[in-house]
Design a protein around this ligand. Structure first.
Ligand code: GLU
Length: 482
């Protein structure tokens, strides 16, 4: 199906909790649609739930989008032709359209209290009837309304819903329809004067000339009442696309409370924004054909299409994110990687404000292939800190050998060498036959003494980067403790 043009798409988060990966995916897909079609990507803040909104959450949305590199064209911070872009600042606009519906009779005031509605609901349940508003206030006269108002009752406004089928052609899923008879007359304005999400969204999507409303599948059920509102207001209905439902690894529904934030946590955990974008892209879309799984934002701009969006549930598989992240880390140029590692080294207390970037680049070269995430630098403390000597492990390894004499011979062989990995390696190998140590005994014991553990990147490059003074000290400390 052809896209309606000009393409104007939006991301409309409610700042009621931390923006989660579902929001980030919505942002990415909308961004791609806008940029592929010379369109406009709008950021609107859906903050009509005044009790649950927080400023931090709104700030988190901006930070998250910036971290991912998804820039928007219109929004609360950017302005644009449809200001304001925060729903809480648009209440008079919603009230105008509510009035229009009241005037035309498409909507009516409902004075039922929460208790009355609850009693009605219980009675329906007992009678095994469909649970929906009975329509009690549908046909009140002006006199009756005034009397109820005089009782101090504050009305809600409900849309008059007639029984019919309502449907739409979803750009990802094809035709979807529902029966309105199960809906009942639903509330569009709460008694405190706040519009419900479905109402404010329709008014804004119309006024902001949104051509495609594209969002997660959890909003499919909202689309039906939204279409009824479009019709009641006489607005043209936009195109809709609903992406796959996103589930946690245990297949529970991902909620704002459960999914981690996409900036705060993922950035701090050492994921690269490039990897996150790459991962998000696959949560509901597949390039089809030859699946080269490492894609840049440019690749995505090239390949993304609504036709290739998938409808099956997308599982947030953190292992896949780690895998993509590791691949992305390997693709970075060393100076870039080192720069990105700086905050993580600082956090571990390995470096302070004064650091030698050239030296850090050398370390980055050695660990690049071993980092699933940037915060894994904590597994390589020995480039910065003196490790404990694992005395027992060295003794066990060298059992009947004279470890002290061996280390002394190694010190003597390397002490005055030019400090280069090749020279170091040939010098150490040259003492090996005198010592009668196997390869394993030689390299593992050296590794234990210099790195404090059995695993490390290739030994001689590590020794070169650790440096002459510190390597010799570590060997001497081992001798003293053995
Ligand atoms: N405000 C909704 C949310 O945070 C999005 C609404 C929409 O995209 O229509 O999930």
């Amino acid at each position: 199906m052809e896209l309606k043009r000009p393409v104007r798409v939006r991301m409309a988060p409610s700042p009621t909790g931390d923006a989660h990966v579902g929001h980030a995916r919505t942002a990415l897909y909308n961004y791609l649609l806008a940029r592929q079609n010379g369109g406009t990507f709008i950021l609107r803040i859906d903050d009509t739930d005044t009790k649950r909104n927080t400023e931090e959450a709104e700030a988190g949305v901006y930070r998250g989008l910036r971290w991912l590199g998804l820039d928007w064209d219109e929004g609360p911070d950017k302005g644009g032709p449809h200001v304001p872009y925060r729903q809480s600042e648009r209440l008079d606009i919603y009230h105008k359209y509510i009035q229009q519906l009241l005037d035309s009779g498409a909507a009516y005031e409902c004075f039922c209290t929460t208790e009355e509605l609850e009693a009605e609901r219980r009675a329906q349940m007992a009678a095994k009837e469909d649970i929906k508003y009975s329509g009690k206030c549908r046909n009140l006269t002006e006199q009756e309304r005034q009397a109820l108002r005089a009782e101090g009752r504050k009305p809600t406004v409900r849309l008059r819903v007639s029984n019919k089928k309502v449907g739409f052609h979803d750009l990802v899923r094809g035709w979807i329809e529902a029966d309105t008879s199960l809906m009942g007359d639903f509330i569009i304005l709460k008694s405190d004067g706040m519009p419900v999400y479905n109402f404010a969204t329709v008014v804004d999507d119309h006024l902001m000339q949104i051509s495609q409303v594209t969002r997660g599948a959890e909003h499919i059920s909202n689309t039906f009442p939204q279409i009824l509102i479009y019709e009641a207001l006489g607005f043209e209905v936009p195109q809709f696309a609903h992406f796959s439902l996103m589930l946690n690894e245990d297949r529970t529904k991902m909620s704002k409370r459960m999914g981690a934030t996409f900036v705060g946590e993922y950035a701090e955990m050492g994921y690269l924004p490039e990897a996150m974008l790459n991962f998000l892209a696959f949560l509901g879309w597949s390039p089809g054909g030859d699946e080269d799984e490492i894609l840049t934002l440019d690749d995505l701009l090239d390949k993304f299409s609504l036709e290739n969006c998938t409808v099956s549930n997308a599982i947030f598989d953190i292992k896949k994110l780690d895998w993509i992240n590791a691949k992305w880390i390997r693709r970075l140029e060393l100076p870039d990687l080192a720069q990105r590692l700086v905050p993580f080294w600082k956090k571990e207390g390995f470096i302070g404000e004064d650091y030698d970037l050239e030296h850090l680049i050398k370390i980055a070269r050695l660990i690049q292939e071993r980092l699933p995430r940037l915060d894994a630098v904590r597994d390589f403390p020995y480039f910065f800190r003196e490790p404990e000597v694992p005395v027992e492990e060295i003794q066990q390894l060298l059992k009947d050998k004279d470890a002290k004499a061996g280390f002394q011979a190694i010190i003597a062989a390397i002490r005055d060498l030019p400090w280069q990995e090749a020279e170091l390696e040939s010098a150490v190998r040259s003492v090996q036959s005198d010592l009668g140590w196997s390869n394993k005994e030689l390299f593992m014991s050296l590794r234990l003494a210099v790195c404090g553990g059995k695993v490390s990147p290739p030994l001689f490059p590590v020794i070169e980067v650790v440096g002459r003074q510190r390597t010799l000290q570590r060997l001497e400390r081992a001798i003293a403790q053995l």
